[in-house]
Design a protein around this ligand. Structure first.
Ligand code: GDP
Ligand code: MG
Length: 181
């Protein structure tokens, strides 16, 4: 995991149903890096696997490079290949707080990673995304916290619309990965 200028490189994947906002979350995070170019308007639902990079200063000291993998389109068919999960050390499990089905599918996404990697390999963080849409929400914070507790993972709510908690989500995941090394 040695990376140029950084002590570590962490491979992180974003998983969750189509349209929950994974690409928007990633772009918001990458655009928030110092000196980042202006982001594009609306993300295209592309097919293939995209990845982004961003360097990050961990709370515990070392600077790390994040390699951020996006399931651009395959999630529609739940046909993520095994190679996608290989060497993934962190996973953001993303659902949309206004989409009940996307919440119900979180266990399946979690299970997919566990089945491919074996238990206790990747560090997970559950994300309730689109927290700006409070009036349309149909998954409560409490039930999301209960799901997170039953999976043994942390939980956070984010919005790419107002960039709420986006930095914090990636910081939290990267810190947890480093602590588990
Ligand atoms: P993906 O399929 O999971 O990659 O989802 P996208 O990033 O393509 O987003 C799907 C739709 O949700 C797009 O129309 C986005 O503009 C919208 N979206 C993404 N994040 C947010 C958010 O935080 N709040 C709101 N209100 N809409 C969002
Ligand atoms: Mg996408």
């Amino acid at each position: 995991m040695e990376a140029e200028g950084c002590r570590y490189q962490f491979r992180i994947a974003l998983l969750g149903d189509a349209a929950v906002g994974k690409t928007s979350l990633l772009r918001c995070y990458v655009a928030g890096a110092p000196g980042a170019p202006e982001p594009e308007a609306e993300p295209e639902p592309t097919v293939g696997v995209d990845f982004y990079r961003r360097a990050l200063q961990l709370r515990a000291g070392p600077r790390v490079k994040l390699q951020l993998w996006d399931t651009a389109g395959h999630e529609r068919f739940r046909c993520i290949t095994r190679s996608f999960y290989r060497n993934v050390v962190g996973v953001l499990l993303v659902f949309d707080v206004t989409n009940r089905k996307s919440f119900e599918h979180i266990r399946d996404w979690h299970q997919d990673v566990m089945a491919t990697q074996g238990p206790d390999k990747a560090i997970f963080l559950l994300i309730g995304h689109k927290s700006d849409l409070q009036s349309a929400r149909c998954v409560s914070t409490q039930e999301a916290q209960e799901l997170a507790a039953s999976l043994g993972v942390a939980f956070m709510e984010t919005s790419a619309r107002n960039c709420c908690n986006v930095e914090l989500a990636f910081d939290t995941l990267a810190d947890a990965i480093q602590q588990a090394l």
